[in-house]
Design a protein around this ligand. Structure first.
Ligand code: 13P
Length: 256
């Protein structure tokens, strides 16, 4: 089985100005030992307005930067949106797509994601595709159906060669910002299911794709999650706003 390099991303959501982002990166880099940075992909996802400052502060380190959303078109009359090229221009290598907050609060659809994911790849950005069920869907026994629908639709226009470059984050909506973390068993079960869906397309690629868990990850619960072989890392919200907490999670991933 191929070794999957751990991947830990900080989704800051709508937090941190440029100055705050710069300060965070300095403190994080001061705190994280070089071996941890060498063995884990560490990615910061700031708001668009802080992308450039974050990328500048990270220059010379292995730290990478991602947008939190992207429009699929190259340019056009889309007030308030940004393109893949603009995100790259600001210093990012990656972009979060399909976060549940975008789906629930801003009308992000699987149809749009089916275009956004290949558009990001075509522009050279690494997509971090988020999928996950709501509490009602889980309670109704529909978790697998929801994950299958999202994975099939969102990756419908991505060929198997390109699939290798996609990172997937399993983020059950009921665990986001609620303090209610999925148990390691629940997270692993869902991630194994997602990997099985990818294996239906290409078994070797499915073994290489990184699949992260997200939802109330903290330094205190990161080790039991990262210890699971199916869980390749974390997409961290609230606990990523503090450099010490986030560094603790990265270090856990480095030794897991
Ligand atoms: P919390 O870690 O705050 O639950 O957020 C998770 C998340 O949405 C990361 O994208």
């Amino acid at each position: 089985m191929p070794e999957r390099r751990p991947y830990v991303a900080a989704n800051w959501k709508m937090h941190k100005t440029s100055d705050q982002a710069t300060d965070f990166v300095k403190r994080l880099l001061g705190r994280l030992p070089e071996p941890a940075m060498r063995s884990v992909d560490v990615v910061i996802c700031p708001p668009f307005t802080s992308l450039r400052a974050t990328a500048d502060a990270a220059r010379g380190s292995r730290l990478r930067v991602a947008g939190q959303n992207m429009h699929q078109a190259e340019s056009g009359a889309y007030t308030g949106e940004v393109s893949a090229a603009m995100i790259e221009d600001a210093g990012a290598t990656s972009v979060v797509l399909g976060h549940s907050e975008r789906r629930q609060l801003f009308g992000e659809t699987d149809e749009a994601l089916a275009v956004k994911v290949p558009a990001a790849l075509a522009a050279g950005l690494e997509p971090i595709l988020c999928v996950g069920e709501t509490e009602d869907e889980r309670d109704a026994g529909r978790m697998e159906e929801v994950l299958e629908r999202q994975i099939r639709a969102d990756l419908a226009n991505v060929g198997n060669v390109q699939l290798d470059r996609v990172v997937i984050a399993y983020e059950p909506v009921w665990a986001i910002g609620t303090g209610r973390t999925a148990t390691p068993e629940q997270a692993e079960e869902a991630i194994r299911f997602i990997r099985g869906l990818l294996a239906g397309r290409d078994g070797a690629v499915a073994e290489r794709v990184r699949i992260l868990y997200g939802g109330s990850v903290k330094p205190e619960n990161a080790d039991e999650l990262m210890a699971r072989p199916q869980i390749d890392g974390a997409l961290v919200g609230g606990a990523s706003l503090d450099p010490d907490d986030f560094a603790g999670i990265v270090e856990t991933a480095a030794v897991a």
